[in-house]
Design a protein. Structure first.
Length: 703
């Protein structure tokens, strides 16, 4: 079978089998048969490989760029054994006689293992017998073979697939075939294109998903960042994510509050490897990093149903399917390869789990029976009391016997619930009928009496404690009431008379002596008190002046100056007997409401421009709102949203213009750059780049 080997940077990343009568489209589009990474000069559908009259041909179907053969550009390459051509960093080698992705026929010797010489991107198998190969080529799946589509190797995971031939006995599992695959998606009939994405979660707000295109992404509060972080405590440039041949790396850019990866803070300016499912934390934002294959489900639908159908075997016994949790990484995200594990392996594993489950059930039932038996034996065993005279109970009429049983059951339940008074009443009724008791009712009565005595003892202790607490409350209340008098009177007799109730109960109380000593000292401290009052009044006056300055700025509509003055007054150390700081807080709230209302009014024009897809005017209007209130997160978020939307549109147009420039179509490139300059704002990234390009081609006749 003919194959095309795909190499990137000189290393083989995939092997594509060429089936007669089919054509294969190569490009960076998800709908291509072979998906290539996004690189300059590679179109969404770049070239097609097809067979005509027994000759394989590679033909360019893109309007940009050709195929490079021996250093020369060519729109078509006739593929013979050993032919090599390339585009960008990709190299393609045609091999006319190479069996790929086909397992050896399963017979008495089983399936062959993957060849050690397998390349980086595909899985090779030894040649099978010719009859099985012919059956597969003619479109009929052999009873002894299962076809395997090419896969992409990933350095992060290795999966073992068990292939079970049809008609195999349940006790003879087939030999496993090892292959390597990406942990997020395994390509089905084509090369899987794994794309990074972010899920940004903020409490109380809807979740945001961002698909990452390109090689480098900056995250931060600045509206020009590819990943906008809607948190005021995030830095303008918080962290950076890079795509490299070794994987994806995150680097904290020296942010003020730091970046946390899976619970550990990142060291600034030191790259850290990212894996699918990792969790990035930035203040109130939780960011999930995921590697996804956008076309996986679409390709899964196109799998031949016969490949996924179970082999024709006699019906297996019914069993219960038990779902066990799989392993997870640091961030949790786990995907299961839908092609992994054969029905025979699953049936065997589930049968073993069912057997263990049945054994566990038998053990649990035996334990429960033993516990119930012990409980009944203990309930019926003698409790250190004289045995019940059965003749007294049996001599009772049937109605009385039922009454005794009911009284015993009620008393027993009340006793278990801790309701000893109720149990005592019911037991007294029972013992009036049978003085010697029924079953262990006498022992129960003794326990009830003990608990009643204990409860009475605790009640007396509680009553004594309450009396002590009441005495202490009277003393504390008397001292508290007289504390006001101690702050005004100069008479010791007057303070003693006030404290008479407390002195009668506890004459040695330290608080009483302190109040009396305070009155005696009060005269000597009067001068000091007057001085303290003067200092206090000066502090109050300073606080009042600060508040008046803030009010003056507020009336002059110096909004931000007033905000700063109000904040300074609130944070000042001056006492506030007149509650002026509360007024300052209300002033801040009034200014904030006014600023928010003005920003909302200014954002109306921005919203209208956004709805009309006039992103340039939307950005200008949002920038005006932000200039009016630089602290407005609403204006910043809208500005960032409009800037990112415009950048995403202009990026495509700018890259198209660069491609025009690369193929020599300068007039179209210049026209596109002028359009970009008109669409972008003066400070916009792609507007600046387009102006720079236009300056370089200011006189096209010289180029």
């Amino acid at each position: 079978m003919a194959v095309i080997r795909v190499l990137l940077y000189g290393k083989e990343v995939n092997v594509v089998p060429m089936e007669a009568g089919r054509s294969y489209v190569f490009g960076r589009g998800e709908d291509c048969d072979v998906v290539l990474e996004e690189r300059p000069g590679i179109s969404r559908q770049h070239f097609k490989v097809s067979e005509a009259n027994g000759q394989w041909v590679a033909q360019v179907i893109s309007k940009f760029g050709d195929l490079i053969v021996a250093g020369q550009s060519s729109a078509q390459v006739d593929l013979t054994h050993g032919a090599v051509f390339r585009i960008n960093d990709y190299q393609f080698k045609f091999d006319e006689h190479d069996d790929v992705a086909l397992p050896a026929a399963a017979g008495a010797e089983g399936l062959s293992q993957a060849s050690p010489a397998t390349g980086r991107g595909g899985t090779h198998f030894d040649a099978a017998n010719e009859s099985a190969q012919d059956d597969l080529d003619s479109g009929h799946e052999s009873a002894e073979m299962i076809s395997r589509p090419p896969v992409v190797r990933s350095p992060r995971s290795q999966v073992t697939l068990s292939v079970v031939p049809q008609g195999a006995e349940s006790g003879s599992p087939a030999a496993p075939i090892d292959f390597e695959g990406n942990e997020d998606a395994t390509a089905v009939g084509q090369v899987a294109m794994i794309r990074p994405s972010l899920r940004i979660v903020k409490s109380g707000e809807p979740e945001t998903r961002i698909e990452l295109d390109g090689r480098k992404w900056i995250a931060g509060r600045e509206e020009t960042c590819e990943i906008f972080l809607a948190d005021r405590k995030a830095s303008r440039r918080q962290f950076e994510i890079n795509s490299t041949p070794e994987g994806y790396f995150i680097t904290d850019l020296g942010s003020a509050n730091g970046t946390v990866l899976n619970g550990e803070a990142l060291v600034p300016n030191q790259p850290q490897l990212l894996q699918s499912g990792d969790i990035i934390s930035v203040q109130s934002l939780i960011i999930h990093f995921e590697l996804r294959d956008p076309g996986f489900e679409k390709r899964l639908v196109n799998i031949n149903p016969e490949v996924l159908a179970p082999p024709s075997v006699p019906p297996a016994p019914r069993f219960e399917i038990i779902n066990y949790p799989g392993p997870v990484g640091n961030g949790g995200a786990v995907r299961v390869d839908p092609m992994g594990g054969s029905p025979w392996d699953q049936a065997r594993d589930v049968a073993e789990a069912e057997k263990k489950k049945k054994n566990l059930r038998i053990i649990l039932i035996a334990v429960v029976i033993a516990v119930i038996a012990i409980v009944f034996l203990q309930d019926d065993a003698p409790k250190n009391t004289a045995p019940v005279r059965q003749d007294a109970f049996t001599l009772l009429p049937e109605a009385k016997q039922k009454e005794v049983k009911d009284l015993y059951a009620i008393a027993h339940n009340l006793f278990i619930q801790g309701k000893v008074e109720g149990a005592f009443v019911e037991l007294e009724k029972l013992h009036k009928i049978i003085p010697d008791g029924y079953k262990n009712s006498r022992v129960m009565m003794e326990e009830v009496i003990k608990q009643r005595e204990t409860a009475e003892r605790l009640r007396l202790q509680e009553e004594e404690r309450r009396q002590v607490e009441e005495q202490n409350r009277i003393i504390a209340r008397n001292i508290e009431d007289c504390s006001k008098l101690a702050s005004t009177t100069f008479s010791v007799d007057e303070i003693r008379s006030c404290l008479s109730a407390a002195i009668e109960r506890d004459p040695s109380n330290g608080s009483i002596q302190d109040l009396i000593a305070r009155v005696q000292k009060r005269a000597a401290d009067k001068a000091t008190k007057d001085e303290e009052t003067r200092v206090y009044n000066e502090k109050v006056s300073k606080g009042r002046v600060m508040h008046q300055d803030a009010v003056r700025l507020h009336r002059q509509e110096n909004w931000f100056g007033a905000l700063d003055a109000y904040e300074a007054h609130i944070k000042s150390e001056w006492p506030d007997p007149n509650r002026l700081k509360a007024r300052s807080k209300r002033g801040i709230a009034d200014i904030r409401r006014f600023l928010d209302r003005k920003v909302d009014e200014m954002l109306v024009a921005a919203e209208a421009a956004w709805n009309a897809k006039n992103y340039r005017d939307a950005i200008i209007a949002a920038q005006a709102a932000k200039n009016f209130d630089p602290t407005s997160m609403k204006a910043a978020e809208f500005l960032g949203k409009a800037r990112r939307e415009l950048n995403s549109i202009l990026k495509v147009e700018y890259e198209t213009a660069v491609l025009y420039e690369g193929v020599g179509r300068l007039e179209e490139a210049i026209r596109t750059w002028k359009t970009i300059e008109e669409k972008d704002t003066p400070e916009g990234e792609y507007g600046r780049k387009s102006r720079s390009k236009l300056r370089n081609y200011s006189d096209p006749t010289k180029k």
